[in-house]
Design a protein around this ligand. Sequence first.
Ligand code: 5GP
Ligand code: ZN
Length: 107
Amino acid sequence: MDCIFCKIVAGDIPSKKVHEDDEFFAFHDIRPAAPVHFMVIPKRHVASLLHVQPGDEAMLGRLMALVPVLARQEGLGGGFKTAINTGRDGGQEVDHLHVHVLGGRRT
Ligand code: 5GP
Ligand code: ZN
């Protein structure tokens, strides 16, 4: 599959890794929009929130629960922003579901 983020998960494209477990991968954005800017993604290819299926609820819950754990680990215990761009009209450029986590200054 021709997916940049699947290639990052596979290690075929290098990334600055923040976290990896059986289900999720997190890495710094190549074009950071804040002093700290990383993304959390499921390893399994889910194209976007518009592609979520019945049965994905628990995965999405674990994904969101992982966000504050990693945010604290990256020094964002004082707070952060999250964004999930979805589809062309939502500004999504990479068609593999990802949660942006941004922080490091007041926004
Ligand atoms: P989107 O607009 O789809 O929500 O966000 C995609 C993000 O992926 C962008 O912020 C972009 O900078 C980032 N990105 C695109 N290609 C790469 C890459 O090869 N490596 C990393 N680390 N980030 C990437
Ligand atoms: Zn993918």
